[in-house]
Design a binder for this molecule. Structure first.
Ligand code: F3S
Length: 639
């Protein structure tokens, strides 16, 4: 039976397990990337593991999210990351170099390799034929320490491309179409593999736009074959030596298939407030717009911005529109400056902003109240722009540029504006923004920990008797944001768990942190779906810092449950959900023989205050039991 490209790469990297959907496997990780927003925690965790040397072939620490330096906190975070990077042999990309995924593609991505990144859009690397997966910070730290990553084998969904795109239709429209067909849940538990004759009509950066937004499908990753276009792209970056051709076997068998005729596609937009709420621009109509933002890791490549420059050349941005453009990398910005494209943009009335995530992560450029904002980004959830009542539409760079000139959402193919063909160019080698960890010597490289950086909170081995008082009796559907808010007030403190912990559960119970400190930690009783929402690790780390021993709930959201186990906090499930009502704040609970009991499917909890006994379900895998006994993943790795 022929093999898919995804399984070929996974097989080449298989360390443990059997490659069949649903099985747990461990794979070798060749490369890792971090960005600064998640990176500080990754490197605090790496430090806490006390590893002698990292095991990956290449690891890069990028600074692209919190590049605004209005106070010392972000600057201190950057310095901390730089110093740990030097200590462990990790490359450091300075702020100003660009967006992590664009830079990884340009400088380091290699067909057939594996990449694990602490950012959900790491699958951008699939444009080069890599298995590139976004993961939690601790997984990335462990990948650096051990060189491996464990995952459940996904199914493989084939997207078969035929034909070629018409003018004014681009890669962004391809992924918007796929999102419309499959929805934001359509990729869950799957790798999306692109094949077919249409593949050769797409450049590597087109492909990267498509694999980038595979994250919005919920897919584990997405990838394209490595072919002649891949060779050309690598050659243009001065890296032809990294090229190897790779593709699926002609008779490869896929779990699911979606066929897309590229020639039939038209300009599309994702309407508020979801990336899969897609319709044709023609159907949406000529709505008036207030802001256009071009850039992000999805659409900031050289050819994307050259198309924008060509459309803007000799024209004027509508008086009612604010147009902002952020190039993806320093190399792209430099090239646009050299060939006059930057001048064409500025002369048309565009604001050029730093080559970083910028408005995509809410760092500036929030639109005015009630605004309509067209963005070439990948997400349009309510409030992500920083303006709760703004309507954000996701579109291609060419649609964004022509609409900025017209002042209304415009289908370029009906605008009468000529769109010239853009040819890729060669880029001069320039690594002046990269700091190499030359002469790394762990012993004499000092880690720079400014006052905003606090050590990673550590747990101890699970004691034989676990006890504490109930410090919170929470309701159903508690989100990770309820547990640990992450608004602009708290964002600069992501590397300062003791500070953040003061705000733990503040929206639900403002006294929670003070109560934990008074009682020397304790136990949380929760309802259904405890810990739903984003995968935020801080929602487990702040409770860990406050001394939470276990959470007893009716049910848990999957990722938060793993984050609790990673931190050595036991997630226990009521055998009888009705018991939930019998607990009161301040009740003293105790688990005797905890080290033995966690190995069983059920565990006995005593309420010392009322004298009652309860049964809770554990459902721990063998690996989870090991972690719990050790007091969390880091302790387990340290051994
Ligand atoms: Fe940055 Fe937005 Fe991409 S925050 S990494 S540009 S999704």
């Amino acid at each position: 039976m022929g093999k898919t490209l995804a399984y070929k790469i996974l097989e080449n990297h298989l360390v443990e397990g059997t490659l069949s959907p649903g099985n747990e496997i461990t794979i070798k990780i060749d490369q890792t990337l971090t960005q600064d927003s998640t990176g500080t925690m990754v490197y605090l965790q790496l430090e806490a593991m006390d590893v002698e040397e990292i095991k990956t072939e290449l690891s890069v620490a990028y600074i692209d999210h919190n590049t605004l330096q209005t106070g010392f906190e972000n600057a201190d975070d950057h310095e901390f990351i730089k110093s740990v990077a030097k200590r462990h042999g990790v490359l450091f990309s300075k702020p100003g170099n660009g967006i992590c995924h664009q830079l990884q593609l340009e400088n380091f991505g290699i067909p057939g390799k594996t990449l694990l990144g602490s950012d959900s859009h790491t699958p951008t690397g699939g444009g080069l034929g890599m298995i590139a997966i976004g993961a939690g910070g601790l997984d990335v730290a462990v990948a650096m320490a051990k060189g491996t990553y464990s995952l459940t084998v996904p199914k493989v969904l084939k997207v078969e491309l035929t034909g070629s795109l018409k003018p004014w239709v681009s890669a962004k429209d391809v992924i918007l179409y796929v999102l419309k067909e499959l929805t934001v849940k359509g990729g869950v538990g799957k790798i999306v593999e692109y094949t077919g004759d249409g593949v050769k009509t797409l450049s590597v950066t087109d492909r990267a736009t498509i694999t980038n937004m595979g994250a919005e499908l919920g897919a584990t990753t997405s990838l394209f074959p490595s072919d002649e276009n891949t060779r050309k792209y690598l050659a243009a970056q001065g890296r032809e030596k990294d090229y190897i051709p790779m593709s699926a076997d002609p008779n490869a068998v896929y779990d699911e298939v979606l066929k897309v005729d590229l020639s039939s596609l038209v300009p599309l937009a994702a309407m508020p407030h979801s990336p899969d709420n897609v319709d044709t621009i023609k159907n949406i109509g000529t709505i008036k717009i207030d802001q256009v933002a071009i850039g992000s890791c999805t659409n900031s490549s050289y050819s994307d911005l050259m198309k924008v420059a060509e459309i803007l050349k000799g024209k004027k941005v509508s008086p009612d529109v604010s147009l902002v453009i952020s190039p993806g990398s320093s190399k792209i910005l430099s090239k646009l400056a050299q060939n006059g494209a930057l001048a064409a943009m500025i002369d048309a009335g565009a604001r050029i902003i730093e080559n970083a995530c910028g408005p995509c992560i809410g760092m500036g450029q929030s639109p005015k109240s009630g605004a309509v904002s067209l963005r070439t980004f990948n997400r349009n959830f309510k409030g992500r722009s920083g303006t709760l009542d703004a309507d954000v539409y996701l579109v291609s760079p060419e649609t964004a540029a022509v609409s900025a000139v017209m002042g209304v959402l415009t289908d370029g193919s009906e605008s009468g504006v000529h769109l010239p063909e853009i040819t890729e160019e060669n880029f001069a080698y320039n690594d002046n923004f990269i700091v190499y960890p030359k002469d790394t010597n762990k012993g004499n490289t000092k880690v720079e920990m400014g006052p905003n950086i606090k050590p990673f909170p550590q747990n101890t081995n699970l004691p034989d008797t676990v006890s504490g008082e109930v410090v919170l009796h929470a309701g159903n559907n508690i989100t990770t944001d309820d547990i640990m808010p992450s608004d602009s007030r708290l964002l600069p403190y992501r590397s300062n768990i003791p500070y953040l912990a003061n705000y733990c559960f503040e929206k639900i119970d403002a006294e929670f942190a003070a109560r934990c400190k008074e009682a020397d930690g304790g136990i949380i009783v929760g309802g259904e779906n405890y810990g739903q929402g984003s995968s935020r690790e801080h929602a487990a780390l702040a409770p860990l810092y406050l001394g939470i021993k276990f959470v007893l709930a009716k049910s848990f959201a999957r990722i938060h449950r793993s984050n609790l186990i990673n931190s050595g906090i036991l997630p226990l499930v009521f055998k009888n959900p009705g018991d939930y009502d019998t607990f009161t704040l301040g009740d003293k609970l105790m688990i005797k023989n905890a080290r033995e009991q966690v190995k069983n499917p059920e565990i006995i909890i005593q309420n010392v205050t009322t004298g009652k006994e309860y049964i809770a379900l554990t459902n721990f895998s063998e690996l989870e039991i090991e972690m719990i006994l050790a007091g969390g993943k880091i302790n387990q790795i340290k051994g």
